[in-house]
Design a protein around this ligand. Structure first.
Ligand code: KIV
Ligand code: ZN
Length: 514
């Protein structure tokens, strides 16, 4: 079996998804989980984008022990210097340099002729060679680059000292046979190609990112770049879990494998979804809620007779456990602790006690507390932002003939509890107006989404919001059996994170790759 290296860019290209903004703690939590998943390489960010990003990449570089940590850089000395700084302390550092090569980018973005592109990239690789033994070079928009020029660029990058050459389909324009053909041509025509690894980096604008990555593998790619849940710029990147499961399920066809610990896929997907606030669609391959659900009678009948009639992957393979232990209000601490272990949580005694109290509260409101309820309850807070504001009480009045209003109290940082009443054009609007009045924060609600954690009228509701203040935005999450309370909790959570972000100097909000 050929080994295919997995380059995870959830923390860089994934973070370029609209509305996503990960702080250092969140990046670290995801990086630890990526290590458990067994990815070979972790692209932690773009250090030149801001001092905040540089610090986050450095924290990941120092923390990760079992994967190469990578920093992105334009083909400029000051960007390379920023990556040198950011990767200090990394066990296995790697620089990821890029420069656009396609005619469209050369003419309109770079205003460079082919020769200048070659010279600029070569100069950057040679400069970087003083600091890094591992350098990946990406020919941005390779998919739309003339194939003979791409061969020239690859030849130059090998001679200058790159160890991985990446062929990005930056705008998701390729189809599998075209994209595969690029790899085949490079393999056949570029001298010394056997000395380096070829990498595929695809975007999903036409829904072909996974198919294109697999076509690259069939034509000689050694490495696949992608993100968990396929998040990323615009329509996203290749979903790593899809490539890994395609190779695992169809090893007869691909004859290739990844080093991933497949049982960590579900957990990694949930973590990334929670911390980025990007909900995984129910019908998403591998990690969607319906990926293993069988609805039609014919399918259910087949499944009961023999699972393989309609199931090509067992849910256990990706770490979805079929837990038989159903908890309710009569369940005791021991059963609850057992369930936490089953779900993969390692909590201190104190944390178990706190979680148990919350569970009892929930079990009073809900007959059966499912695994998903427990996860939602435990993972409500994104990553423990210090609580400047704490929601204390909430009372909402709604009638279709009257103006909705909310009375709400919040505990402030100084310990005082303040209360106010506000009206709005709906119940959520009234709640948010009351919170704004109490906190004197001026924010814009950029995004609001709500979903039910499980089925049924007593299901937990989970609300996700994105708040913007000037050029800083922050997300928040709230979970409750009542959607209005969940809405309030999410808003307060986001406010706490906004306050925290304001304190972080140089934290940029969006990466600008020019
Ligand atoms: O899509 C792309 O071209 C990129 C590069 C920076 C590798 O993300
Ligand atoms: Zn990309």
């Amino acid at each position: 079996m050929r080994k295919i290296y997995i380059f995870d860019t959830t923390l860089r290209d994934g973070e370029q998804s609209p509305g996503v903004n990960l702080n250092t703690k969140e990046k670290l939590e995801i990086a630890y989980q990526l290590e458990k998943l067994g990815v070979d390489r972790i692209e932690a960010g773009f250090p030149a984008a801001s001092p905040g990003d540089l610090a986050a990449v450095n924290a990941v570089a120092r923390a990760v022990k079992n994967a190469t940590v990578i920093g992105l850089s334009r083909s400029r000395e000051q960007d390379i210097d920023a990556v040198v700084e950011a990767l200090k302390g990394a066990q296995d550092p790697c620089l990821h340099l890029f420069l656009a090569t396609s005619p469209i980018h050369r003419k309109h973005k770079l205003r460079m002729e082919k020769e200048q592109v070659l010279e600029t990239a070569e100069r950057a690789i040679r400069y970087a060679k003083q600091f890094f033994s591992k350098i990946e070079f990406s020919a941005e928009d390779a998919g739309r680059t003339e194939l003979d020029f791409l061969c020239q660029v690859t030849d130059m990058a090998i001679k200058a000292g790159a160890s991985v050459i990446n062929i990005p389909d930056t705008v998701g324009y390729m189809n599998p046979s075209e994209y595969g053909h690029i790899f085949k041509t490079l393999k056949e025509q570029v001298p010394g190609i056997e000395k380096i690894q070829l990498s595929a980096h695809c975007h999903d604008d036409l829904g072909m990112a996974t198919a294109n990555a697999l076509a690259a593998i069939l034509n000689g790619a050694d490495q696949i770049e992608g993100t968990i849940n396929g998040i990323g710029e615009r329509a996203g990147n290749t979903a790593i879990e899809e490539v890994a499961m395609a190779l695992a399920t169809r090893s007869d066809f691909f004859g290739a494998t990844t080093g991933l610990n497949l049982k960590e896929i579900a957990k990694t997907s949930r973590l990334v979804s929670r911390l980025t606030g990007m909900v995984v669609p129910g019908n998403k391959a591998i990690v969607g809620a319906n990926a293993f659900a069988h609805e039609s009678g014919i399918h259910q009948d087949g499944m009961l007779k023999e699972k393989t009639t309609y199931e090509i992957i067992s849910p256990e393979t990706i770490g979805l456990i079929d837990s038989k232990l159903v908890l309710g209000k009569h369940s005791g601490r021991a059963a609850f602790r057992e369930k936490l272990i089953d779900l993969g949580y390692e909590l201190s005694d104190e944390a178990v006690n706190g979680a148990f109290a919350k569970f009892k509260d929930l079990a009073d409101k809900k007959k059966n507390v499912s695994d998903e309820d427990i996860r939602a309850m435990l993972e409500e807070k994104l990553v423990d932002a210090p609580e400047v504001y704490t929601l204390e009480q909430i009372q909402v009045s709604y009638g279709n003939q009257s103006t909705p209003n909310a009375t709400l109290s919040i505990r402030m940082a100084d310990g005082s509890v303040q209360e106010t009443r506000a009206e709005g054009n709906g119940s959520v609007d009234a709640i948010y107006n009351a919170i704004d009045a109490l906190t004197s924060e001026t924010v814009e609600l950029e995004d609001y989404s709500i979903k039910s954690v499980t089925h049924g009228k007593d299901a937990l509701g989970e609300v996700h919001v994105v708040l913007k203040q000037g050029d800083v935005s922050a997300q928040g999450r709230g979970v409750s059996t009542d959607i209005l309370e969940a809405s309030a909790r999410a808003y307060v959570d986001a406010l706490n994170r906004l306050v925290e972000k304001r304190k972080t100097p140089g934290r940029r909000d969006k990466m600008s790759l020019i």
